[in-house]
Each structure stands twice: as structure tokens, then as C-alpha cells.
Write a protein of this length. Structure first.
Length: 58
């Protein structure tokens, strides 16, 4: 997601939400979110919560 400040400067938001219980697992906001930072956030979530279990429906 992205948005802009009143001055016109843009900023980015990276939200990770558990769709099952609508829990926000991570919210990152900055002027730039390089891929290395996104990977680091996802790795922290895996360390904290583990990998998602395989969906049995599909």
C-alpha cells in the first residue's frame, strides 16, 4: 500500500494480516520498503509464529 503526505511526499505501508482471525502480524511504514526489509519482516514472523499450516481444502 502507499499514500502521500500533505506535502506530496509518498510513503509505503506493508501490512501482514492473518486472514483466519484478522490479527495484524506486522505493520511496517517508511518512505521506502526494499525487498530485503520485507524478507526480514517475514522471517521474523516465521520465527515468532512458524510457517502456515497447509490448507486441506486445496
Amino acid at each position: 500500500m502507499s499514500d502521500s503526505l500533505f506535502s506530496g511526499r509518498r510513503f509505503r505501508k506493508f501490512n501482514v494480516v492473518d486472514d483466519h482471525n484478522r490479527e495484524a502480524l506486522a505493520i511496517e511504514v517508511d518512505l521506502s520498503l526494499p525487498s530485503a526489509r520485507v524478507v526480514r519482516v517475514l522471517e521474523c514472523i516465521v520465527d515468532w509464529r512458524g510457517y502456515p499450516k497447509k490448507n486441506q481444502d486445496g
